[in-house]
Write a protein that binds this ligand. Structure first.
Ligand code: TPP
Ligand code: MG
Length: 342
């Protein structure tokens, strides 16, 4: 589908969806479903913990955006390839193979957290798995991805770097500079714009005078494609093609994934800029239900199996919480560790 990677909405046909499911296989498809259900359960628990005052700092939830996280990370080799992401990053980290317990410990300020409780929800990194971390600076990860791409080129490996950012980030200088540099240096980077329709209270149509953010790719001479971000298989297909191009030395791609955040921007958002009806319409396109439907139609998922997947995901989150709650606070004597270089 390389030819289709140009300024268009990628449409996944039912025939192609069946082929992709066959290629993935039942075991992997069910793992994907469980991972999406786990992200949802993680975010719901995170929301509850925040409301109970058990977390530190603010929190940005990705409920409704699970298919983009799973579609993108399943299309690359997590742990070998690289990931950079942004403040709404819990789902990306889990999809990349992150441990829910260490993530919860992180935003509960515990020593066992990914960054020893110093970073909080917006700064989770899992460097051992080449997840180079989330970033509280809008667009902060995008130039880093160009740097990672350059490092891959210089080391001559076949790795790629996936960088995930929001629609708001696509209206910043670093976005344009990084796409240009990645293009002229032909860097193996997948720029994934997770268009969840808002940057804080700013709706996308008020912030862009173009219909598709992916169209910006043409300014830098690279492919750009928009995809239904609530359809796991469609995201998987498009990001796989972008990864193949990057690995084959054909340079970067801009992918725009159309999705929707179900919750407010952060936990303090009163959401006066949208209607309940709009939220309901997007909730009818729930990425988890849509993938489960596909699996049911393909004969891969029964109601009992779906229930056991839900129960296993819920148990996983309860175990993660028990680990985080039982973990120690950092020792005050270590407060300056990591702040100053020797
Ligand atoms: C450089 C910078 N400017 C402004 C902010 C404040 N801010 C935090 S999130 C955000 C909106 C980001 O929107 P988007 O990129 O679409 O990501 P989303 O929150 O929708 O996932 C803004 C403006 C910031 N953190 N960094
Ligand atoms: Mg956004």
């Amino acid at each position: 589908m390389t030819d289709e990677l140009v300024e268009e909405m990628y449409i996944l046909t039912d025939d192609r969806a069946r082929e992709l499911l066959d290629m993935l296989g039942k075991e992997k498809a069910l793992q994907v479903l469980e991972a999406m259900v786990t992200i949802r359960a993680f975010e719901e628990k995170a929301e509850e913990l925040y409301s109970l005052g058990k977390t530190h700092g603010t929190m940005h939830l990705s409920i409704g955006q699970e298919a983009t996280a799973l579609g993108a990370s399943s299309a690359v080799r997590s742990g070998y390839d690289y990931l950079l992401n942004h403040h709404r990053g819990h789902g990306h980290c889990l999809a990349w193979g992150g441990e829910a317990g260490k993530m919860m410990a992180e935003f509960m300020g515990k020593e066992t957290g990914y960054c020893r409780g110093r970073g909080g929800s917006m700064h989770i990194a899992d460097v051992a798995r080449n997840n180079l971390g989330a970033n509280g600076i809008v667009a902060g990860g995008i130039p880093m991805a160009a740097g990672v791409g350059l490092s891959i080129r210089m080391r001559g490996t076949d790795q790629v770097c996936l960088v995930i950012f929001g629609d708001g980030a696509a209206n910043t200088g670093p976005f344009h500079e990084s796409l240009n540099m990645a293009s002229i240096w032909n860097l193996p980077v997948i720029f994934l714009c997770e268009n969840n329709q808002f940057a804080m209270s700013m709706p996308v149509p008020r912030a862009f005078n173009i219909e598709r953010i992916s169209r910006r790719a043409s300014a830098y001479g690279i492919p750009g494609v928009t995809v239904d971000g609530n359809d796991f298989l469609a995201v998987y297909e498009v990001v796989s093609t972008a990864a193949e191009r990057a690995r084959a030395g054909q340079g970067p791609t801009l992918v725009e994934s159309l999705t929707y955040r179900w919750r407010g921007h952060s936990r303090s958002d009163r959401q006066v800029y949208r209607t309940r009806q709009e939220v309901k319409e997007w909730q009818a396109r729930d990425p988890i239900n849509r993938f489960a439907d596909r699996l049911q139609k393909a004969g891969l998922l029964s109601a009992e199996l779906q229930e056991s997947i839900r129960a296993s995901a819920t148990q996983g989150i309860e175990d993660a919480l028990a680990f985080a709650e039982a973990s120690p606070e950092p020792d005050l004597a270590t407060i300056l560790e990591g702040v100053y270089a020797d």
